[in-house]
Design a protein around this ligand. Structure first.
Ligand SMILES: O=C(CO)COP(=O)(O)O
Length: 138
């Protein structure tokens, strides 16, 4: 499965703790992350991370493009709801695409915990079916 990990600055510490706690799950999947989040996860866990641009420089759009190609199976995007972001349109576009393509998306740590545990239990097998079936996306 392909998992996107993204965190705004005030949520990066939470994301690092999440990545450490669930390293045993994450290491069995392909991790794609925005620039700074990805670097910090790599440094803290040693996990292999595919890094795109930093969010404000287009990273959210790059991950959005993968969603539009139906290449993402889970998006964990720890947003900071209390700080204005210069690239707010990109953030909304990414989340909108998750809805368009029906991608499980967590925007806070509580939902992230539930989704990663569901993945651990093998409850994401339906995503393999959806990905192999183009007409399922219509
Ligand atoms: O801004 C972001 C998501 O909108 C995250 O980008 P960084 O991981 O590069 O900080």
């Amino acid at each position: 499965m392909n998992i996107a990990l993204i965190a705004h600055d005030k949520k990066k510490e939470t994301m690092i703790h999440f990545a450490i706690a669930y390293k045993h799950i994450l290491e069995n999947h392909t991790i794609i992350a925005t620039g700074t989040t990805g670097r910090m996860i790599q440094e803290a866990t040693g996990l292999a991370v595919i890094r795109v641009q930093s969010g404000p420089l287009g990273g959210d759009q790059q991950i959005g493009a993968e969603i539009a190609k139906n290449n993402m199976d889970l998006v964990i995007f720890l947003r900071d709801p209390l700080t204005a972001q210069p690239h707010e349109p990109d953030i909304l576009a990414l989340l909108r695409l998750c809805d368009v393509y029906k991608i499980p998306v967590a925007t806070n740590i509580a939902t992230a915990e539930i989704l990663i545990r569901a993945m651990e239990k093998g409850e994401f097998h339906w995503r393999e079916i959806v990905r192999s079936c183009n007409s399922c996306n219509k």
